[in-house]
Design a protein around this ligand. Structure first.
Ligand SMILES: [Mg+2]
Length: 372
């Protein structure tokens, strides 16, 4: 069954709060969460939805680049393509926009990939989790993101999170380096039973990362996400041997070729999986399979995803049995969205939708209200 139409709808969703990364605010309140929705229609009129929601201080893609890449290059190459041939769709997309160590504009390609998965699963009448071949979990536990500028603020956010049912807390560090240890300590002390880990988003030098790892050992923290720059393979390997804390790589593992290279260099023991950063479900499941077969720890993550990206991630993480709390923080930051009814989240456990495809209903009238 062939693709007949691919539409791109850029929208701006209002935010409740700003998230700060080592390079500065991920986006301002004014910018909002800007997402390019992708609607793929096949010859029978079946529809699938995907979305590109880039974070410009996290990777090089922007809303504008995603919109033009999809409209001008990716969509035209896929008209007439068989919806069931997702591997072939990626081959065509990678011919139009070259892939390298990473998939080449993965967030734009990932939007089409998720829309194709949604469409195919709807045609088959199965949820995406079933397409992925495993029902290891019925729900995914969400972590609260702690982005604070003082230990007092970090402790307050943590206490509020506990009251809302969160059992995991990811602490953004690398922006206020002098107080980073105190930020993590404040969260640990406010939530002694919870899963707590810092993410430095490449913000440390190797020396700073080694010092932080020692401090984390003393605090009983066992996981540390992306301490050093993604290009510092030496630093990543050095850290693994110097600390008992598990080092999780996120920005460093933007695609399968990079993950393989990290494995060859003994520079990886845990990978953060994001559906968008690797180009969608097709590559994300390969990354999960590679990691599990290599004995790596998988952690789940996202890019402040709106509901389509959120739903795709929940299906994937549940299929791969990621039982630790995952950093899917869209619901914490995005104030309004385009769903007909809210995504099922109970006490911070996101339930895997049972309806076909992603299992969510897009309210197109509502969607148009946020259109840019
Ligand atoms: Mg990260």
């Amino acid at each position: 069954m062939n693709i007949t139409r691919i539409e791109v709808i850029p929208v701006r969703l209002p935010l409740k709060a700003v998230l700060t990364l080592p390079r500065g605010a991920s986006r301002t309140l004014d910018e909002g969460k800007r997402v390019a929705l992708v609607k793929v229609t096949d010859a029978d009129g079946h529809v699938g939805w995907g979305e590109a929601g880039p974070s410009r201080r996290w990777s090089a893609e922007t809303l504008e680049s995603c919109v033009t890449s999809i409209r001008e290059y990716l969509a035209p190459a896929l008209i007439g393509h068989d919806v069931f041939d997702i591997a072939g769709a990626h081959a065509k997309m990678n011919t139009e926009l070259a892939s390298g160590l990473d998939p080449g504009q993965p967030i734009a390609k990932g939007a089409i990939d998720v829309a194709l998965h949604d469409l195919v699963c709807k045609r088959l009448g199965i949820p995406l989790q079933a397409w992925l071949g495993a029902k290891r979990l019925d729900g995914v536990r969400l972590a609260r993101l702690v982005s604070a500028s003082s230990p007092e603020e970090a402790a307050r956010i943590t206490r509020e999170g506990l009251a809302e049912g969160f059992q995991g807390f990811k602490v953004k560090v690398g922006h206020h380096k002098a107080i980073d240890v105190e930020l993590v300590r404040a969260v640990r002390e406010a939530a002694p039973q919870a899963t707590v880990w810092p993410d430095a988003n490449q913000g440390y030098t190797l020396e700073e990362a080694l010092r932080m790892a020692r401090a984390l050992e003393a605090l009983g923290i066992t996981l540390f996400e992306q301490p050093v720059p993604m290009s510092d393979f030496y630093g990543m390997r050095k850290l693994l041997s110097a600390t008992t804390v598990t080092i999780a790589l996120d920005e460093a593992a933007m695609g399968i070729p990079l993950a393989i290279e990290l494995l060859r260099r003994d520079a990886v023991e845990s990978l953060a999986i994001k559906v968008s950063k690797v180009g969608g479900i097709y590559y994300a499941r390969q990354m999960c399979d590679l990691a599990l077969n290599a004995g790596l720890k998988l952690i789940g993550s996202g890019l402040m995803d709106a509901p389509i990206g959120f739903a795709a991630s929940v299906h994937l993480f549940a299929a791969y049995g990621i039982a630790d709390p995952v950093d899917l923080n869209g619901p914490q930051f995005i104030a309004e969205d385009y769903l007909a009814k809210p995504f099922p989240i109970e006490r911070q456990v996101a339930r895997v939708p049972a309806a076909p495809g992603l299992g969510i209903d897009i309210d197109e009238a509502k969607l148009r209200r946020y259109a840019l």
